[in-house]
Design a protein around this ligand. Sequence first.
Ligand code: C5P
Length: 283
Amino acid sequence: MLTVLSRAKVNVYLRVLGKRPDGYHELETVMHEIDLADEITFEPDEGLSMTCGHPDVPCDETNLIMRAARLVRAESGFGGGARIALTKRIPVGGGLGGGSSNCAAALKALDRLWRLGMAREDLMRLGAMLGSDVCFFLEGGACLCRGRGEQVQRVPAARGIRYTLVAPDFGCATAAVYRGYRPDTAPAPAVSEVLRALETGDVELLDRLAYNDLKATVYRLYPELAELAGQAGRLAGKQVHLSGSGSTLFMTGGDPAAGSALRERLLAAGHCRDVLLTEGLAS
Ligand code: C5P
């Protein structure tokens, strides 16, 4: 039996450069892996099956874990199977890459469990076929990602960069957010400055530079999220950022006392499911 952690990410920077002929959007994004994680166990079995106790996670063929398992079997010609159990802690539909992370974890774990010895390039190729963020999770740490997100370049990140996450009690639909996206003419900060803040661990600078082109669209489509962001910002006295296509909001820094005071106030105000203190991985 093999047990692995499947960590989440935040997008500290996300620019939409344009719409592509294939319907996807060309991105320039900086993702940072954080220590909030699901746990997945893999056991050899004759067939392929998965379980998960979370009501919003389908365990059928649409789940990215099952799709990864089928693809690895088809590519390698391996005839065996696995019994897979997922313990979900990453918010679903939260813009934290939970599904993509599970998918990357499954690719790596099944390669080990089934002793296939797949090359890194092959895992990356399969990852890109399964989802835009999967390659990031195969690489991990902090990455500058381009294309539809699948072209990943590892970048340095200092140890100890913390993020306080505000997880709403609803998720956002990624495809609907991209469909509703309208270009913004406001100037975005230069990505090189964001990378410098990550590398030096300058959290104040990172806070000033954190940027997400999808934010206006997400707040327009989900006004209750804009409201929650306003409340969180007023209560914490901090800038509130959006990860990916939402719904998770985040602030830089992670003071435990401030975090629990914020949790108590936001839970009472409604639409907040939890406030989570996390730390980015050194890269
Ligand atoms: O690749 P993934 O399955 O994670 O993407 C989910 C949806 O988000 C896509 O079907 C597409 O509508 C949208 N998307 C996009 N541009 C990207 C990534 C995702 O339009 N770069």
